[in-house]
Design a protein around this ligand. Structure first.
Ligand SMILES: Nc1ncnc2c1ncn2[C@@H]1O[C@H](COP(=O)(O)OP(=O)(O)OP(=O)(O)O)[C@@H](O)[C@H]1O
Ligand SMILES: Nc1ccn([C@@H]2O[C@H](COP(=O)(O)O)[C@@H](O)[C@H]2O)c(=O)n1
Length: 194
């Protein structure tokens, strides 16, 4: 029997940090679903064909974590056929026997609506932009503008917009360090595991 943890939230809210810690703590497999959209975004050409033909090599590129890749990802992620091409891979991953944690934008709402635990990890745009600036550097004002632009695109697209599932537990990390955010997530999972 599988056990799925769905973790959604906006860019740099701390989803990946929490997901990796949860995977290590409970022995779950982890899928960062943003990588799928980043790989489609940087591949170029027809994004629908890119999504349908995504390979392990595409997912292993070393240029997927850049700001440009994030922006490209959020543009192709608004195309319904791109999203549709990636659904089955994510659902197959979620069904892994050892349990799975998937992080993204639509995991609790579209990909795994029956997930045993759903978390929505958020933080203010200013806090998230500061974290991204610490990671990538560059002009701090531009990093904040990029965060806001990506939020706007992800929240307002017609297909699978970013929003908390009605039964998601919201973790606002604006004033939580990573350790406290991980502890809150683990407590929610432990409560469900019983
Ligand atoms: N609670 C926290 N307090 C301070 N820094 C944090 C916290 N959580 C994560 N970070 C740091 O913020 C940055 C972004 O975190 P992370 O990659 O986990 O976010 P994310 O939501 O997965 O981002 P993305 O959606 O863009 O992949 C990382 O450098 C991480 O170390
Ligand atoms: N389930 C998902 C995951 C990601 N996206 C889009 O990809 C962009 C990059 O995601 P990161 O988590 O790596 O920052 C993101 O801005 C979304 O547009 C998505 O739509 N659904």
């Amino acid at each position: 029997m599988s056990f799925t943890v769905a973790i959604d939230g906006p860019a740099a809210s701390g989803k990946g940090t929490i997901s990796r810690a949860v995977a290590a703590r409970f022995g779950f497999a982890h899928l960062d679903t943003g990588v799928l959209y980043r790989a489609v975004g940087v591949k170029g050409g027809d994004p629908i064909a890119a999504a349908r033909g995504l390979s392990a090599q595409d997912l292993a590129r070393d240029d997927l974590r850049t700001g440009e890749a994030g922006q490209a990802a959020s543009k192709v992620a608004a195309i319904p056929e791109v999203r549709a091409a990636l659904v089955q891979f994510q659902r197959d991953f979620a069904a892994r026997a050892e349990g799975a944690v998937l992080d993204g934008r639509d995991i609790g709402t579209v990909i795994c609506p029956d997930a045993e635990v759903k978390l929505f990890v958020t933080a203010s745009p200013e806090v998230r932009a500061h974290r991204r600036w610490l990671e990538l550097g560059g002009d701090a004002g531009q990093v904040l503008a990029d965060v806001r632009e990506r939020d706007d695109r992800d929240m307002n697209r017609a297909d699978a917009p970013l929003r908390p599932a009605p039964d998601a537990i919201v973790i606002d990390t604006s004033e939580l360090d990573a350790e406290a955010a991980i502890a809150a997530a683990c407590a929610a999972i432990e409560a469900r595991l019983g």
